[in-house]
Design a protein around this ligand. Structure first.
Ligand SMILES: Cc1cc2nc3c(=O)[nH]c(=O)nc-3n(C[C@H](O)[C@H](O)[C@H](O)COP(=O)(O)O)c2cc1C
Length: 200
């Protein structure tokens, strides 16, 4: 006996990023799909995966063009994030419906980035894994842009972007910094200096 309840095997990995993935092809107008099954899968070459059901309108577009853009989502764009996961591009122009603006993504021919998002990763599909319910598109990141105001000099402060996390059906803030990479073993003066920086 213990204090845990047993679940059927399921995807309870939490929290995860929920992102807006933009795509377009020669034959399809630009579209946006909300994706929570996304992940970092390799550093060199830099690669991310997005898992998409075959029946999604975006699936055929990404298949055709071999391109997609992962747009990071902040609090301002949270409603659009949800909307793009509720309606299909078959039926609505989600750009227009959400007041979002397509802009050219670095090193891609078709898929645009979303100008209102704080950062994007432009990806070229390198592999497609047919896993079952979802096909996993593994994309090599061929271009990255981050909004200028998130830098202090050369340092990127993505923690101040107000990015949204997805936690078992709920969107949550990631605003508060609890620590930083290596903080558990940092010297006291380093710990104090770095943490002060995040409390501003
Ligand atoms: C928070 C959230 C996360 C989602 N994650 C995924 C996902 O990882 N893969 C997927 O195929 N669909 C996912 N969906 C559903 C699609 O975004 C949704 O079916 C969308 O309307 C498909 O758009 P499209 O038909 O224009 O491609 C998610 C929806 C929401 C709201």
């Amino acid at each position: 006996m213990n204090n845990f309840r047993t679940f059927d095997p399921s995807n309870l990995l939490c929290p995860v990023p929920a992102v807006m993935v933009s795509c377009a092809s020669e034959t399809a107008r630009p579209n946006i799909i909300t994706i929570a099954w996304a992940g970092t899968v390799c550093s060199d070459p830099p690669m991310v995966s997005v898992s998409v059901r075959k029946n999604r309108h975006s699936h055929a577009i990404i298949r055709e063009s071999g391109e997609f853009v992962v747009n990071l989502v902040d609090e301002k764009n949270c409603k659009a994030l949800d909307f793009c996961g509720m309606r299909s591009g078959k039926d609505v122009d989600k750009w227009q419906a959400c007041g979002l603006t397509p802009m050219p993504a670095l090193n891609l021919d078709h898929a645009p980035a979303i100008a209102e998002c704080p950062a994007y990763l432009a990806c070229k599909v390198r592999q497609v894994l047919e896993l079952g319910s979802h096909d996993m598109f593994i994309g090599e990141i061929v271009g990255v842009q981050v909004r200028e105001d998130l830098f202090e000099g050369k340092d990127l402060h993505l923690e101040s972007a107000g990015l949204v996390a997805y936690n078992h059906g709920v969107y949550q803030r990631t605003a508060e910094v609890l620590g930083f990479f290596g903080y558990s073993v940092a010297r006291p003066e380093v710990l104090e200096r770095r943490m002060k920086q995040y409390k501003k």
